[in-house]
Design a protein around this ligand. Structure first.
Ligand code: SF4
Ligand code: SF4
Length: 391
């Protein structure tokens, strides 16, 4: 799933893949590093499973799971020693592809002249190990927004072009996950470079890995393992199917785009506005939110200035500030803008939902506001007969 067209130039050879033990995952990180990739994957740090550069597969969160609820995230130990049986953490891959802070240029006063230097960087070639299916879809959404179109971001394109995606199918959804409702998981999309499904059962702890691109197949050929056997493949598929049946949350079975368009005056927006702190956490953790602002800073001498691009949030009052003040002054209007964009008008702009059902906005909301609960309340309001509906 590289954005570089050369990498995916031809269809990958069909293969049933390999079954590997932990040594195979170890070898995978070594092969990737040997090929010059900066390997990024999940690891335990500061009481959470975060995404960080990995030097060895030993840093993966073997034996750690998570408990997720609205406004609550806790690590928990797992007796089975699984590495990938944990749902989305506080970060997503956008922090690498679309970083929170990027310097755009510097300016220095030299001999009474101002000299501008644009920021040039050679991004590392990332290998993302452990991309959840929902997050792979989130990357595809950011690709649509930030590459190729009229608002293309060359920095994103450069980072994304060389990135290798190694998806891990979900076998352990969190209490706040709802990818099934959004059609984004728990099975991996077909266009990742490599796909792994972890199996832990009476036959042992093993990983079924298969290629999805030519480069993925080349990497697969360097790994230790045995041809995938039917027992492991069946167990892997059963694990993913069981995960689909155990989603912690669901979205109402309604056309979400139409639901958003038809409930703009619902009293529920006042209700949620009474709870929302407009802190913007939900936009920071969301893997598809892409809005940015710019900030100019100078040193105390006034001889040096820099322009930085920073993540921005539609919950910020300044976000919609035009001449005369912000367009969306009230918390009600800002929450409604965020949710109706995610689930509704995103379709009009980009042809898909802006939500992949990862549940991060639910977990990291300090007051536990739950986008599925809000959508359900709006749906109930329409079913009860919104004012103005025909009897
Ligand atoms: S919904 Fe929650 S996370 Fe989002 S702005 Fe409101 S309080 Fe913050
Ligand atoms: S809106 Fe919430 S659940 Fe949907 S993709 Fe963003 S963070 Fe995940």
């Amino acid at each position: 799933m590289s954005a570089d067209p050369d990498v995916n130039a031809t269809s990958p050879p069909a293969s049933g893949g390999l079954v590997m033990g932990k040594d195979g995952i170890h070898a995978l990180v070594e092969v990737l590093s040997g090929r010059g990739f900066t390997v990024v994957g999940p690891t335990v740090r500061d009481g959470a499973i975060v995404l960080a550069e990995l030097e060895s597969a030993d840093e993966l969160p073997y034996g750690w799971g998570v408990e997720l609820e609205a406004g609550r995230y806790r690590l928990r130990e797992r007796a089975d020693g699984a590495a990938f049986a944990n749902a989305a953490g506080p970060q997503s891959w956008k922090q690498f592809l679309h970083p929170a802070r990027v310097r755009q240029w510097r300016a220095d006063r030299v001999d009474r002249e101002t000299v501008f230097t644009s920021e040039e960087s050679s991004p590392p070639r990332y290998a993302f190990l452990g991309v959840r299916p929902c997050d792979a879809r989130a990357i595809a959404i950011q690709d649509r927004v930030l590459t190729g179109g009229i608002h293309r971001d060359p920095g994103y394109e450069g980072r994304r072009a060389g990135a290798l995606l190694i998806a891990v199918e979900c076998t352990e959804p969190g209490g706040t996950c709802f990818c099934v409702s959004m059609g984004t998981g728990p099975a991996a999309p077909p266009d990742c470079d490599l796909v792994i499904t972890e199996v832990v059962d009476e036959d042992g702890h093993r990983f079924w890995i298969r290629g999805g691109s030519r480069e993925g197949e080349q990497i697969l050929a360097e790994l230790p393992g045995r041809p995938a056997d039917p027992v492991t493949r069946t167990a892997a598929r059963a694990g993913v199917a069981a995960a689909a049946a155990r989603m912690g949350r669901t979205m109402p079975e309604a056309g979400l785009r139409e639901l958003m368009a038809g409930t703009l005056d619902a009293p529920r927006w006042d209700d949620v506005a009474g709870r929302c702190l407009t802190c913007g956490n939900c936009t920071m953790v969301c893997p598809t939110c892409f809005c940015t602002t710019t900030e100019d800073v100078t040193d105390l001498t006034g001889d040096h200035a820099e322009r930085w691009r920073l993540w921005d949030s539609c919950f910020d009052l300044d976000f919609s500030h035009l001449q005369g003040g912000p367009v969306r002054e009230s918390p009600r209007s800002r929450y409604r803008q965020w949710m109706t964009h995610k689930l509704g008008t995103w379709y009009d702009q980009f042809g898909s939902s802006g939500c992949v059902g990862c549940g991060r906005c639910i977990v990291w909301c300090p007051v536990g506001i739950d986008i599925t609960e809000e959508a359900a309340a709006l749906h109930d309001w329409t079913r009860a007969g919104a004012p103005g509906d025909a009897p």
